[in-house]
Design a protein around this ligand. Structure first.
Ligand SMILES: CC(C)(COP(=O)(O)OP(=O)(O)OC[C@H]1O[C@@H](n2cnc3c(N)ncnc32)[C@H](O)[C@@H]1OP(=O)(O)O)[C@@H](O)C(=O)NCCC(=O)NCCS
Length: 190
């Protein structure tokens, strides 16, 4: 079976209670750069803080990928409905098509942390992943000190499956990462 199937309907945009998850537009540059340039936002990331050129390259990549459907990786911006400001992004990437397995990642501007936006966006992506997309397993990785990131995973019922020792270098520092995952049959139970 080819996965994702050629006749797959796009599973986005997704509107949640407070957010719109949608494809990026060229005019989103300033909002995206506003968080990509921040030390607190990129603390656990292997990228950043971005120069304007780096953000431009990332955004151009997101715009270019929109020409391809179905595609293995989907990057969506997270727009706050109340302000129409892009406050972050979320990604779902098929890592193993034969086993219908994807991983997920997300980033939010620190202005909006601790409001439940991360959980709201990730829940919506998991609903799409196990609904229209028909995935079997979604996993995500988070630095062991990135409590906000694995806090989202725990709230969504993802299980900590492993802790990888010094598997990633962040600005020259080897970091430990938790691997969390959830299966389709587990997600329907929460
Ligand atoms: C990780 C991130 C997306 C979290 O987003 P968020 O919208 O603040 O997360 P939520 O508000 O949904 O929080 C979910 C849970 O995580 C935990 N949590 C979140 N931030 C926390 C913090 N700073 N300290 C302790 N616990 C935290 C809490 O349990 C929280 O639930 P609660 O508020 O009901 O107690 C955000 O901090 C971020 O963008 N960080 C920078 C980028 C990044 O590290 N991305 C992840 C890479 S793996």
């Amino acid at each position: 079976m080819v996965f994702p199937p050629d006749d797959l309907e796009p599973w986005f945009p997704i509107e949640t209670e407070r957010l719109m998850l949608r494809e990026a537009r060229p005019e989103d540059f300033d909002d995206i750069h506003a968080y990509a340039v921040r030390d607190d936002v990129v603390r656990f990331m292997i990228w950043g803080p971005n120069t304007a050129e780096e953000t431009r390259t990332v955004l151009d990549g997101w715009l270019d990928e929109q020409a391809l459907w179905p595609r293995p990786g989907v990057n969506l911006v997270i727009e706050e409905l109340a302000t129409e400001r892009v406050v972050g992004s979320i990604r779902l990437t098929i890592q193993d098509a034969a086993n219908r397995t994807a991983d997920m990642g997300y980033t939010l501007h620190s202005d909006v942390w601790r409001r439940g936006y991360g959980t709201e966006a990730a829940r919506a992506v998991l609903q799409a992943a196990f609904g229209p997309l028909g995935l079997h397993r979604v996993f995500a990785m988070a630095d062991t000190d990135n409590v906000g990131s694995w806090g989202i995973m725990e709230k969504l019922g993802m299980r900590r499956e492993a802790t990888l020792r010094k598997n990633r270098q962040v600005r020259g520092d080897w970091r430990d990462n938790h691997v969390y995952a959830i299966l389709a049959e587990e997600f329907t139970r929460i």
